[in-house]
Structures are given as structure tokens and as C-alpha cells.
Design a protein around this ligand. Structure first.
Ligand SMILES: [Zn+2]
Length: 337
């Protein structure tokens, strides 16, 4: 290092060591590193040196400048008002971890479950992979019935007697095996249909089915129970209607509709301009099915219903596209917690 720079360095470091306060540090910076400071002066004077010395002295002055800038930063931290605090403050709260949340369909099924429970229903769970008996024959759907069509049902290769359940009415037979009447049972679960998916069709979706078996059960018990459920769920008085509909495992069978509360019954895109929303299929348990439950239809009667959970959830949360629930889109899913 050239003697002039060497001397300047000694002088600067001694001066910096003597600095005890932020204002003194500022004065030091001004004196040595400022535009008119000593380092700048040294760099300017390089131009007056002999050609041979210019590069050497210039480089040394620049190196000293960098060294002093670093030393000043170090000093600044030493002198900081909260100088006692370490650079990494371990007491600062961390970033909260991103937590997952329950799916809207799960939340919705829990809401439904609470209502059924309050009405005296217990819960049953059956397998997704069912035998022909529980899915079809036992429910009065003989082999020639169109519901067995290959278009609707997932059969298993090499297992002709097993299917992915096409509806959750399987609960009717399975629940009856476990208990003696009177009983009230509900099941929630996935069902599977062999079809192309579009705006209103999914290959797998959730259903909720229930049944009540007792002596002297009437159609009015069915309508009253389902109306009470829907009015509790939607927390309002509802206009309900029933229409005859054929289901092989009930007699009589009916569909239950409620007046569309999106349009007040005037007709809109959601109710297909009908003014009514189709809520579920239902009916009085078919005598043949009662016999399959090993119950005498002369003594026992009952009603059953089945509803699509995904569709009902759409009405409950009031979103317009049934596919959103299966979209995996966090912008949608995060709105329910
Ligand atoms: Zn409507």
C-alpha cells in the first residue's frame, strides 16, 4: 500500500474507533467518505501522480474506501438505539402455517347430520363395493331392470356379482339386518354412475338416504318428516309439493319439490324456469323390500328417501355451478370456514 494511503488508513481507523455516538459516526462518514471527504480527495489527487503510480495508488484508495464503508456499517449496528438487540430477534412471532380446512360438502353433511340426529335418526355406513343383492335384487330391481344397464353401472371385471353402488338405497337392507323395528336410519356416502360428466352429471357424487320403519307409518309421516328436515335446514317456511314417481323399491313412490327460493317461484335459470326445485325421491317401502328385510308387510311399514348431497349443498350455500364443489379451486373452497 502506498505510504500516503497507509497513513490515511491508520488515521481513519483510529478516528472511527473513537466514535461513540450516531452523530459522531455521521461526522466521520462526512469527513472521510463524503463527496468532499478525505478518500475522495485522495482519489482526485491520483490524477496528479506520475503515470507509473496512478493505478497502484488509485486501487489502494478504492480498497480503503470499501473497507471504511464496511467498518462504518459495523459501527452503526453497534451504536443502534436498541443496540442490545441481536440482529435475529428470536422473539418475533413466526409466520402462521397455512392450515387446511374442511370441504364444504363435509361441512354441509355435518349440518344435515345434526338435523337428522335431532329427529331421532341414527347413522349407518355401508361399503362402496356392493353385491348384486344389496344394490339391485334385494331392492326389487330384477336382472331385466333398466337401472342395471351397462351405461349406468360400474361392474367389476371377473366379479359379476359385485358393483360400485349406484345408489345409497343399499342402506335399506343393510340397516334392517342390524336391528329390529322400529328404527330410523340415515346413511351418507358416495355413489357411482357410469356416465360422462357434464354440468349436471358426475360419475361419483354424494347421496343421503334414510328410512323409518314402524307400525302404521303413513305417507303424511313421510311428507311431514322431510318438510321438517328441509325447513330446519333452510331455516324458513317452505312451500313443498309431492309428485308421483316410479322407484322400484317404494310403493307409492314420489318426488318431493320445494318452491324455488332463488326466484320466489317465478322461474329462473337455477330451477329451469319451473319455479320448483326437485329435492329428492321418496316413497313408502315396497312390500317386497320389507319381506327382503325379513319383516311382515302386514305388521310393519315405513318410508324411505334419497337425495343428492351435492345438489342440495348448492342450494344451501347458494352457488350457481354444481361442479365447483369438485373443482379443487382454493378460491372457492376457502370461503366456507
Ligand atoms: Zn327459480
Amino acid at each position: 500500500m502506498p505510504p500516503s494511503i497507509e497513513q490515511l488508513k491508520r488515521e481513519a481507523l483510529a478516528a472511527l474507533a473513537a466514535v461513540q455516538s450516531p452523530p459522531a459516526l455521521e461526522a466521520f462518514e462526512h469527513r472521510y467518505l463524503g463527496r468532499k471527504g478525505k478518500i475522495s480527495a485522495a482519489l482526485r489527487s491520483v490524477g496528479q501522480l506520475a503515470e507509473a503510480d496512478r493505478q497502484r495508488v488509485g486501487a489502494a484508495a478504492n480498497a480503503l474506501r470499501q473497507e471504511l464503508i464496511a467498518a462504518v456499517e459495523e459501527k452503526r449496528e453497534e451504536l443502534a438505539p436498541d443496540g442490545a438487540a441481536p440482529r435475529d430477534d428470536v422473539t418475533v412471532p413466526g409466520l402462521p402455517p397455512r392450515r387446511g380446512s374442511l370441504h364444504p360438502l363435509t361441512l354441509f353433511m355435518r349440518t344435515m347430520e345434526d338435523i337428522w340426529r335431532s329427529m331421532g335418526f341414527s347413522f349407518h355406513q355401508g361399503p362402496d363395493l356392493e353385491t348384486d343383492w344389496y344394490n339391485f335384487s334385494g331392492l326389487n330391481i330384477p336382472p331385466h331392470h333398466p337401472a342395471r344397464d351397462i351405461q349406468d353401472t360400474f361392474y367389476l371385471k371377473g366379479h359379476p356379482k359385485h358393483v360400485l353402488r349406484t345408489h345409497i338405497s343399499t342402506v335399506q337392507l343393510r340397516a334392517a339386518e342390524r336391528q329390529s323395528p322400529p328404527f330410523r336410519v340415515v346413511e351418507f356416502g358416495r355413489v357411482y354412475r357410469h356416465e360422462a360428466t357434464d354440468a349436471s352429471h358426475e360419475a361419483a357424487y354424494f347421496e343421503c338416504e334414510g328410512l323409518a320403519v314402524d307400525r302404521h307409518v303413513r305417507v303424511t309421516d313421510l311428507i311431514g318428516t322431510l318438510t321438517t328436515f328441509l325447513e330446519t335446514l333452510f331455516d324458513r317456511k317452505l312451500q313443498i309439493r309431492v309428485r308421483p314417481h316410479y322407484y322400484p323399491f317404494v310403493e307409492p313412490g314420489m318426488d318431493l319439490d320445494m318452491a324455488c327460493f332463488f326466484c320466489g317461484g317465478q322461474g329462473c335459470g337455477i330451477c329451469g324456469q319451473a319455479g320448483w326445485l326437485e329435492m329428492m325421491g321418496s316413497g313408502m317401502i315396497h312390500p317386497k323390500v320389507l319381506r327382503h328385510m325379513k319383516l311382515d308387510p302386514a305388521t310393519w311399514s315405513g318410508f324411505a328417501w334419497g337425495m343428492g348431497v351435492d345438489r342440495l349443498a348448492m342450494f344451501y350455500y347458494r352457488y350457481a355451478d354444481i361442479r365447483l364443489a369438485h373443482s379443487g379451486d382454493l378460491r372457492f373452497l376457502e370461503q366456507f370456514n
